[in-house]
Design a protein around this ligand. Structure first.
Ligand SMILES: [Zn+2]
Length: 355
């Protein structure tokens, strides 16, 4: 895999992009592509790069970066490229208004250009027209069904490119109509290089690099949120008798960036993060029980001296953590939810470990 520090958008995805450009040059590129892979490995950046290489006046191929078309892509003003990105427009969900034009529309719905309207236009520069959808799993079922119609007859020289880290959230009917490609994680060295400038203190931490699991985005999140300290405390509930209210309070007090619009939103974000980390611990312990070596697992070292409850207890424990996730989304008091999950996890330790 080639790696070019000067050119972050190709980072780790050069082989994939070159094969797609070459398919386009030979008239073999399908009209719908779904790029899957872990969060934070630069899937959307790779798709933007793909689009630039299709629209480049010297393309399809690696974009020159200097022709007027390339410059317009970079400036976000190319008329033949539509970026559909819910979060950057302040929406959590990709509602139907992103895909189809509706005469009647709720007041706060997306009022910008829809994919169907965009595709009705003739290509401004006589070449490809490209639609990029970020976090395609944010499309609700209604949106996905409307999008299916677009997928059936997108038009000549149109590429609909989606990316998601949760392909299971997409309807089978949608998945069966797109060509899937997988973006893989980066090596620890590549992650380190990718963040050498942006976050040198974290990029040089070998434990955080291991936690990053090949994703520069994940490394940043883990660093900003103080994941190592969170894990050190969370694992106590899996290892030895704890006093759940105190452990919860300590976890809520750890330094870490959890910026919500309100303090309560920040707390919810923190507890969601802690619950995700706890489920990772849980899954790694399951893998160890299945015979995987601790040194091959992200949290193996931390879990090495934790007792392994029987399968039935582990299933109950996972159910409790998942229920915790749902409860936080239902706006129950986040601290209370966390305390309950910690307490339940601790209650499943074998008798010998408990007071
Ligand atoms: Zn160019």
């Amino acid at each position: 895999m080639s790696f070019d520090v000067e050119d972050p958008p190709l980072l780790g995805h050069g082989d994939l992009l070159r094969s797609l450009w070459s398919a386009a040059a030979n008239g073999r590129l399908g009209h719908a592509l779904l790029l899957t892979g872990p969060t934070g490995v630069g899937k959307f950046l790779a798709l933007e790069r793909l689009a630039e290489g299709l629209l480049c006046q010297h393309g399809p191929g690696e974009p020159c970066g200097t022709c007027p078309a390339c410059r317009r892509v970079t400036a976000g003003s190319h008329p033949d490229l539509l970026r559909v990105d819910a979060l950057s427009h302040g929406f959590e969900e990709l509602t139907i208004h992103f895909v189809a034009h509706r005469e009647i529309r709720p007041q706060n719905a997306w009022a910008g250009e829809s994919i169907q309207t965009f595709l009705r236009l003739v290509a401004g520069e006589g070449g490809w027209r490209v639609v990029l959808i970020r976090d395609a799993d944010r499309m609700n079922e209604e949106t996905q069904n409307a999008f299916l119609k677009t997928l059936e007859e997108p038009g000549e020289r149109v590429l609909l490119a989606l990316e998601t880290s949760r392909p299971e959230a997409l309807l089978d009917t949608l998945r069966s109509r797109v060509v899937q490609a997988v973006a893989t994680g980066l090596s620890p060295d590549q992650v380190r290089q990718a963040l050498a400038m942006e976050a040198p203190e974290w990029a040089s931490d070998s434990e955080l690099l291991r936690l990053a699991a090949g994703s520069p985005g994940r490394l940043l999140t883990m660093g900003q949120r103080g994941a190592l300290a969170c894990l050190d405390l969370l694992v106590l509930a899996f290892r030895e008798p704890i006093h759940a209210p105190s452990l919860m309070a300590e976890l809520m007090d750890l330094p870490g960036e959890f910026k919500g619009r309100t303090p309560k939103a920040g707390e919810r974000m923190r507890v969601r993060f802690l619950l995700e980390l706890g489920m990772e611990l849980h899954r790694d312990q399951d893998r160890m029980t299945a015979g995987l070596a601790p040194q091959d697992l992200m949290h193996g070292k931390r879990l090495a001296d934790c007792p392994q409850p029987p399968a039935a207890a582990r299933a109950q424990r996972l159910a409790a953590w998942l229920q915790g996730r749902r409860d936080v989304d239902l706006n129950l008091n986040p601290g209370g939810v966390l305390e309950r999950v910690l307490d339940f996890t601790n209650s499943l330790l074998p008798e010998a470990q408990r007071r």
